[in-house]
Design a protein around this ligand. Sequence first.
Ligand code: DGY
Length: 338
Amino acid sequence: MKPSIAITRATFPDVLERLRAQFDVLDNQHDVLWSQAELIARLQGKTCAITHGSDRIDAVLLDACPQLRAVCNVGVGYNNIDVEACTARGVLVTNTPDVLTETTADFGFALLMATARRIAESDRYVRARQWNKTGIYDMLLGGDIHGATLGIFGMGRIGQAIARRGAHGFNMRVVYHNRSRLDPAIEAECRASYVDKETLFAQADHLIVVVPYSPSSHHAIGAAELRLMKPSATLVNIARGGVIDDGALATALREGVIAAAGLDVFEGEPNVRPELLDIDNVVLTPHIGSASVQTRKAMALLAVRNLEAVCAAVHPVAPAAPTPVNPQLLNEPARLRA
Ligand code: DGY
């Protein structure tokens, strides 16, 4: 009998075919958002699940689905999963790092440029047929990117890839703040200098947020941090909603505390605060940082490889999952759920 698995959101047809060839698959190709009760009901009897940021995997779900051995999340972030609860119950968690680093860095840089050079606003201006005169000297003036100071809040793999783009591609001075300072060789390669959080906010002409979301990064950027920034500065969030206090940001944008913002992630997404929808100096995108054809496919396939490894391993042999989030379980495979 084939192992029974679930994939909670729609995926590429060939990815689904690969799964169907090996497993009894419950899919969701209509991409209906399941309530928590529906998610629990659909994971009954499933050995593994391919999950997404919209699924909440918590202790209640894990206890209600005792056959679930692994949660293979599509995404580098996994703040939708209570990893501690999974580890305590021997449930392996995997994510999809690395394959999305360069694509997400490209997007972060694109959003930064769109924000600083007012590209979305310019597009709206032309479409609204407001452009009726050429050569207006102060029309839609933005801030320069080349030669400016790029601030990076969160210097993991994606932050470093953004630093390289800024330093080497646009001759920017790069400053960063991170929980821990990077190895000097990486700093040199990224041409990035470590600064404290206050200095980062005060010095950046363009500040990009790439820290993972956790209770300790909740509202790490609020009214006080925004007030530290230059009035000419732009702020971009490609990390997670909740790292920035969106209400405080909307006020700061309206009052000219900073010049502009670019947001790909939001508190409570897909809902966006109405105040943000009504202001011009913010560029809004629907959480598409990793959304290139190649990268979304690579993420799905990495999740599949993790799941295949778990299903192939016979308890208590540790599965050769390529990207575990709680690898301690692989060192003590007897703790894994059978
Ligand atoms: C990630 O990989 O974490 C992206 O934000 C997609 O959810």
